[in-house]
Design a protein around this ligand. Structure first.
Ligand SMILES: C[S@@+](CC[C@H](N)C(=O)[O-])C[C@H]1O[C@@H](n2cnc3c(N)ncnc32)[C@H](O)[C@@H]1O
Length: 508
C-alpha cells in the first residue's frame, strides 16, 4: 500500500464484500485518496497493441518474435524480451498458434511477472486479488477462455520453458483470467480506444451506485482516486464499477455477470432510484386521466406496478418495450430529426429521466455540439435553447445520482454555460435584451463556469478533462472581460457626452 493510502484508509473484510476499504479519518471533498501505477496494462480481448507504447501493433519484435510492436517502437522490456527470446527458440514451440490466439500474449505477460525477480512480488499481489474462480467454473466465460487462451497457450509448448512450469495448470491460468475480468479497469489507449489496467489498491474499493470517490487515469496511466464529497471517519470508501447512467436492472446485470455480486446499495434497493425514476414507465391509464403516475418495479413482488393507481405491466411487456426502444435508438444514431422524433415518442412511454431517454438526449446533445463547433456562422437560437435544455435536464438528474464532485456534471454545466452565453449575446444583438439584462445573464453564466471548473479541478491535468479545465479558465477570463466592457459606456454614449460637455462649455 502507498503511504498516503495507508494513512487515510484501512482494509477490512467481511463475508459479503470480501476486502473493502474504510476512511481512517474524515477525507474532504476533492482530496486525493490514492495515486497508483498499474501493475500491468493489457489490450482488450482480441486486440493486438504494441507492448511498449500501446498503439496498434502491425508487427512482432524482431528479437523475441512474439511481442506485438508498432512500426515506430524498436524495443520493449529487456527482461521480457530476453526471456521470450529464450522461450520462443525452444524446440517444439508453436509460435503460429500463439499468434493466431492473440490473447495468449497477455496471459504470458502475467506469467513473466513471476519469472522476473523484480516483479515477482507483483505476481503474488495479482494472485491475491479476488477471482471468483469457483463461481466461474465451467460457465461459458470459463469455456471461452479455455478455448481461446488457455489451451492454445498450453499447446504452444512455450510454458515448458518457464521456471514455474511445474506449478502451472489450467486452474492457475483460469484464475489469472478471472482476476483480470473481476478487477481490471478500463483505460484509454493513445488512440482513445479502451485497454485494461490492473491496480492493486484501487481494486480493493467496494462498488456503490452513488459512490463517494471518483477515479481518473492520468497520461502516465496512473489511477487517481479522490473523494467526490466529504467521506466520514470509518465510512466505507466506494467507487463505481459500472455506468451510473444505466437503470437498476442493467447495472445489476452488469455487476452480476461480470463482478459476481448482487448490488444492494440504496439506489438499487429503491424502486424509484432515489426519486429519479431512471427505470420507470409512464402509466397510460393515469396519463389518460391527465394525471402523473409512474410504473416502477416492486422490490418484493418483482412486478411492475403504478405507484398511483396500481396498474401493472407484465415483465415480458417491459422487456419488449425496452428492446424496441433500444433498437430504435440504435437505428436513429447521428440523425438529429429522427432522434428528436423518437424522443417525443418515448416520452409518452418512459419517464423523462429513464436511462434510455437520458441516452437519447446525450446523443442529441453531442450532435448539437458538433453542429455548434463546425458552424462558420452563429447557429440559430433554437439550437442553443435546445442544447441548454438538454444540459439542464442532465445536471438536474446528476444532482441526485452524483451529488458531489462529478465529471459529467462539470462537462454538462460547462456546455450549458457556453451555449447560454452565446444565446444571450445573440438576443442582445437582436435588441431583445438591454445592456443591463445581458450583464446579469452573463453573470449567471460566469457562476456556471466557476462551478464547472470546481467540478473538474481534481481531474489530472493531462487528461482531456484536465485540459478542458485550462481552456475553461481562459474562456472564463474572456467572459469576465466581456462583462467588464458592458460596465463601460458604449462609444456613441461617450461621444454624446463629450459633445454635451463641449456645448455646455461654449454656452458658458
Ligand atoms: C474489485 S474486487 C473488490 C475487492 C474484493 N472485495 C477483494 O476482497 O479482493 C470486486 C469484488 O468485491 C466484491 N464487491 C465489491 N463491491 C461489492 C458490493 N457493493 N456488494 C457486494 N460485493 C461487492 C465482489 O465480490 C466483487 O466481485
Amino acid at each position: 500500500m502507498s503511504d498516503e493510502f495507508c494513512n487515510k484508509c484501512q482494509i477490512y473484510e467481511n463475508e459479503t464484500l470480501g476486502r473493502y476499504v474504510k476512511a481512517n479519518d474524515v477525507i474532504h471533498a476533492g482530496e486525493t485518496i490514492l495515486l497508483e501505477k498499474p501493475l500491468l496494462i493489457l489490450p482488450c480481448t482480441g486486440e493486438k497493441r504494441c507492448c511498449n507504447c500501446f498503439r496498434f501493433a502491425l508487427q512482432y519484435c524482431s528479437k523475441c518474435s512474439i511481442s506485438p510492436m508498432c512500426l515506430e517502437c524498436q524495443t520493449h522490456s529487456e527482461y521480457d524480451c530476453s526471456t521470450l527470446m529464450r522461450l520462443t527458440s525452444l524446440p517444439d514451440v508453436k509460435l503460429d498458434l500463439l499468434k493466431k490466439h492473440l490473447d495468449t500474449y497477455g496471459l504470458l505477460r502475467c506469467l513473466l511477472l513471476q519469472e522476473n525477480p523484480e516483479t515477482r512480488e507483483h505476481f503474488e499481489r495479482m494472485l491475491n486479488m479476488e477471482s471468483h474462480l469457483e463461481k466461474r467454473r465451467n460457465t461459458p466465460i470459463w469455456q471461452q477462455h479455455n478455448k481461446e487462451i488457455i489451451q492454445p497457450l498450453i499447446k504452444s509448448n512455450i510454458l515448458k520453458g518457464l521456471q514455474m512450469a511445474e506449478s502451472i495448470n489450467e486452474d492457475l491460468l483460469q484464475k489469472i483470467c478471472s482476476i483480470w475480468d473481476v478487477n481490471s479497469h478500463e483505460i484509454r489507449a493513445p488512440d482513445t480506444a479502451a485497454m485494461r489496467g490492473l491496480y492493486v489498491n484501487v481494486s480493493l474499493l467496494a462498488h456503490h451506485c452513488c459512490p463517494n470517490a471518483n477515479q481518473a487515469i492520468d497520461d502516465q496511466y496512473r489511477m487517481k482516486v479522490y473523494a467526490n464529497r466529504d467521506i466520514g471517519k470509518d465510512e466505507m470508501v466506494t467507487n463505481s464499477y459500472t455506468n451510473l447512467l444505466l437503470g437498476t436492472e442493467e447495472r445489476r446485470e452488469f455487476l452480476r455477470e461480470g463482478k459476481y455480486f448482487h448490488c444492494t446499495c440504496e439506489r438499487c434497493e429503491d424502486p424509484t432510484e432515489l426519486g429519479t425514476h431512471m427505470s420507470s414507465f409512464v402509466c397510460a391509464p393515469c396519463a389518460g386521466k391527465n394525471q402523473e403516475g409512474f410504473i416502477v418495479k416492486d422490490a418484493a413482488s418483482k412486478s411492475w406496478k403504478c405507484l398511483k393507481c396500481g396498474h401493472t405491466l407484465r415483465n415480458a411487456q417491459v422487456q419488449n418495450i425496452l428492446e424496441k426502444a433500444r433498437e430504435e435508438v440504435f437505428h436513429s444514431q447521428d440523425d438529429l430529426r429522427r432522434l428528436e422524433y423518437l424522443l417525443a415518442k418515448l416520452h409518452t412511454i418512459l419517464h423523462k429521466n429513464h436511462y434510455i431517454i437520458v441516452d437519447l438526449k446525450q446523443n442529441i446533445a453531442n450532435i448539437l455540439r458538433s453542429i455548434i463547433m463546425s458552424s462558420l456562422q452563429r447557429p440559430g437560437r433554437r439550437l442553443y435553447e435546445r442544447k441548454i435544455r438538454l444540459c439542464q435536464d442532465l445536471v438536474l438528474l446528476l444532482h441526485t445520482i452524483q451529488p458531489g464532485i462529478s465529471r459529467l456534471k462539470g462537462i454538462a454545466l460547462y456546455e450549458m454555460a457556453t451555449a447560454s452565453a452565446e444565446l444571450y449575446r445573440l438576443r442582445f444583438g437582436e435588441k431583445e435584451l438591454s445592456v443591463q439584462e445581458l450583464k446579469e445573464h452573463l453573470g449567471k453564466c460566469e457562476s456556471m463556469f466557476k462551478e464547472a471548473i470546481r467540478l473538474l479541478l481534481h481531474e489530472p491535468s493531462e487528461t482531456p478533462e484536465g485540459k478542458l479545465v485550462k481552456s475553461m479558465m481562459n474562456e472564463l477570463k474572456d467572459l469576465r472581460n466581456d462583462i467588464q466592457l458592458l460596465d463601460q459606456p458604449a462609444p456613441e454614449a461617450v461621444e454624446d457626452e463629450e459633445e454635451n460637455a463641449v456645448e455646455a462649455e461654449d454656452e458658458e
